[in-house]
Design a protein around this ligand. Structure first.
Ligand code: AKG
Length: 274
């Protein structure tokens, strides 16, 4: 797989780009089997959230060799190096299905993660408690389709909204209407093995659950100094590669109080082999 200049132009201009057929369907079927096995076993319930309409498996790469290979293998390394650059690290890696009656038991999660229009780029709140996001061309989401996504259950996106002069994380109704009038609304239709790259400043929301399983892997990448969702210092993978160590922030662990002041980013050169 190669990143073409057209992919980068579309990402910059529209806020997202889809690349078809990055992974082979039999490999993707193996990933799906690992996810379903992990869910059946529920070895780490704190990282598996279920509701009657969705299931979310955080840190999916811990639950099988194919899932680990998918996240850290050649294809996503090529996207990582070519689209956002080698100093970015992993912020979150979650497998999600929205699926009516996906699980018999409900955790406190009442609706799918991603319900309602929002952005994924990191936000903070200013003195007036107003939401501020860090903006476009800073952080990215890579989505890998495990199942097909159809016009009902696919993620919805507002093309061009990554550049909209709106400061906050959520979208007001009037702004939604204006954005739809300007450039319409897109369904992120996917087939197993397709990949989408999204500028995190693009407004999007989850589609509606159907009776079909709709597993997608949502992998978010941020500059090394952005805190990840999980404490990856405790994560150890057998035979961890330089790329995995970098993604899991092991090249940028802040010093503890007893250590001398130092630049905490120590690049390990993973990209030289890509
Ligand atoms: O599940 C989806 O389609 C969207 C998920 C989403 O918006 C998110 O995780 O931020």
């Amino acid at each position: 797989m190669q990143i073409q200049s057209g992919h980068l132009t579309q990402l910059r201009d529209v806020g997202f780009v889809r690349i078809a057929g990055v992974f082979d369907p039999p490999f993707i079927a193996g990933c799906k089997a690992e996810l379903e096995q992990a869910l059946a076993g529920r070895r780490s319930p704190a990282h598996m959230l279920t509701s009657s309409t969705s299931v979310h498996v955080h840190n999916f790469f811990l639950y099988g060799a194919s899932l680990r290979r998918l996240l850290f293998g050649a294809e996503l390394q090529t996207i990582h190096k070519g689209v956002f650059g080698p100093s970015y690290c992993l912020r979150n890696a979650v497998a999600s299905t929205i699926h009516a009656n996906a699980a018999g038991d409900d955790t406190p999660l009442h609706s799918p993660i991603g319900a309602g229009w929002h952005r994924d780029t990191p936000q903070f709140h200013d003195r007036d408690a107003a939401s501020r996001v860090i903006g476009s061309e800073c952080t990215y989401q890579v989505i890998v389709a495990i199942d097909p996504a159809n016009p009902v259950n696919s993620t919805k996106l507002l093309p061009g909204s990554h550049r909209a002069p709106i400061a906050g994380h959520r979208l007001a109704a009037a702004d939604l209407q204006a954005l739809v009038e300007q450039r319409g609304l897109a369904d992120l239709l996917m087939q197993p093995g397709d990949v989408a790259i999204i500028d995190d400043n693009t407004f999007h929301k989850a589609g509606l659950p159907t009776s079909e399983s709709r597993w997608m892997l949502f992998c978010s990448y941020t500059p090394w100094f952005v805190k990840p969702y999980f404490d990856f210092t405790t994560v150890q993978l057998p035979d961890m590669t330089a790329y995995e160590a970098h993604c899991l922030h092991k090249t940028s662990i802040p010093p503890d109080a007893s250590e001398a002041l130092r630049n905490t980013f120590r690049p390990n050169g993973w990209e030289k082999d890509v």
